[in-house]
Design a protein around this ligand. Structure first.
Ligand SMILES: Nc1ncnc2c1ncn2[C@@H]1O[C@H](COP(=O)(O)OP(=O)(O)OP(=O)(O)O)[C@@H](O)[C@H]1O
Length: 374
């Protein structure tokens, strides 16, 4: 059992580059937390600082209330699983898994731990093989086994699945979630921190997700909260696939003018926000599924917020079509469930209706979501 706190943690590398700018974070005991963000945002740096593999330039890292700034990695009760497995090539699977236990436990205890972990990870039949005789997924399971045998209170994962093919990644993802749940059930609650740049992986695995950008935390929240209530434009853009539509809009009275062909008449909720922004610009965001697609009907065009659009590109996904449409010069992404009654065609004219209850407005300068307090 272990909670982890980061207090005003900073990292300045010896060359003077500041990778982390004062991060505060509370990770709960037994939580599965994911660090996600684009390449270079300092996910690995932060993880390595928690592991003790990277020094802390300023601030404090606490594990169960104990400051670990000056503790060695092996004193922290942490096991780390890397992307490149880091297995010993000349040792069998059994020996790879037993290696870190040597000297600390009896032979019988080591055997028990290795066999238990092997069973959990379906490696029992492979214990005599060398890493070169294993598939990528099997190597990754051995790397995981090496962490499990130590019964650490904290598991740290640095993009552990990125060398695997897409299908295996999904299988391993589930195995990790199950491992976390099984440990909880057996009373050996483990705190897990998982690094990925893949927002789908982050969303499917994390109890909570910590979105990072340029060495700063953008938002820490549950997946559904992040999706529906992004704290800022960065999170809105980064989380969700296909991505949110984002346009600059000028406020004039109760109108949000995106371009002359696309002027949105605001509802009461948006009015509450835009009255402070008269004659100024905001960023207007709406997710593709929050734009309704209707068959073309001239009569409908007299209703507010109904626009004629032309379909320019179609991505057919099977269960749904992603339609890249154009209203004047504005490109709008929408998604519609497929049906046997209507198959969208290129250059077809349709009507798009924006669901104003789902619109997000962001401050142009601070990029904060003006509709929520996070
Ligand atoms: N030893 C170092 N010296 C100087 N700068 C470094 C060093 N290691 C990393 N950096 C820089 O710190 C920043 C964060 O790197 P880090 O590896 O933590 O990012 P990341 O989010 O894990 O990236 P990726 O997803 O590409 O692995 C990057 O700009 C990187 O160039």
């Amino acid at each position: 059992m272990a909670s982890i706190q980061l207090k005003k943690v900073k990292k300045i590398y010896p060359n003077g580059f500041q990778a982390i700018h004062g991060v505060d974070l509370d990770i709960k005991d037994g939580e599965f937390l994911v660090f996600v963000g684009p390449s270079g945002c300092a996910k690995s740096t932060l993880l390595r600082m928690i592991a003790g593999l990277e020094s802390i330039s300023d601030g404090e890292i606490l594990i169960d209330g104990r400051c670990v700034n000056d503790e060695l990695p092996k004193e922290r009760g942490i096991a780390m699983v890397f992307q490149n497995y880091a297995l010993y090539p000349h040792m069998s699977v059994y020996k790879n898994m037993a290696f870190s236990l040597r000297g600390n436990f009896t032979k019988e205890e080591i055997e028990k731990r290795v066999l238990d972990a092997a069973e959990k990870l379906e490696l029992t039949q492979l214990l005599d093989r060398k890493p070169s005789q294993l598939s990528g997924g099997q190597c990754q399971r051995v790397a995981l086994g090496r962490a499990i045998v130590r019964s650490p209170e904290v598991f740290l994962f640095d993009e552990p699945l990125s060398n695997l093919d897409a299908k295996l990644r999904v299988t391993m993802r589930l195995q990790l979630i199950e491992l976390h749940n099984d440990l909880k059930k057996s009373g050996k609650n483990a705190t897990m921190i998982y690094v990925t740049h893949d927002q789908v992986e982050a969303m499917t695995m994390g109890d909570r997700i910590c979105v990072l950008n340029q060495g700063q935390i953008m938002q820490v929240d549950k997946p559904t909260e992040l999706y529906h209530f992004p704290a800022n434009k960065f999170v809105a853009e980064f989380i969700g696939s296909p991505p949110m539509n984002l346009w600059d809009a000028k406020i004039k009275g109760n109108e949000l003018l995106i371009q002359k062909e696309v002027s949105i008449t605001s509802n009461e909720r948006l009015m509450g926000i835009i009255h402070n922004y008269q004659e100024e610009q905001v960023t207007f965001g709406i997710r593709p599924e929050d734009i309704k697609v209707l068959n073309f009907d001239r009569d409908l065009l007299t209703s507010p917020n109904h626009f004629t659009a032309k379909i320019k590109t179609i991505e057919r996904m099977g269960n749904e079509d992603l339609l890249h449409c154009q209203i004047g010069n504005v490109v709008v992404l929408t998604r519609v469930a497929t049906s046997l009654e209507w198959e969208p065609q290129l250059e077809e004219e349709i009507i798009l209706v924006f669901d104003l209850d789902k619109v997000h407005l962001f401050d142009i300068k601070t990029e904060k979501n003006l509709g929520i307090n996070k």
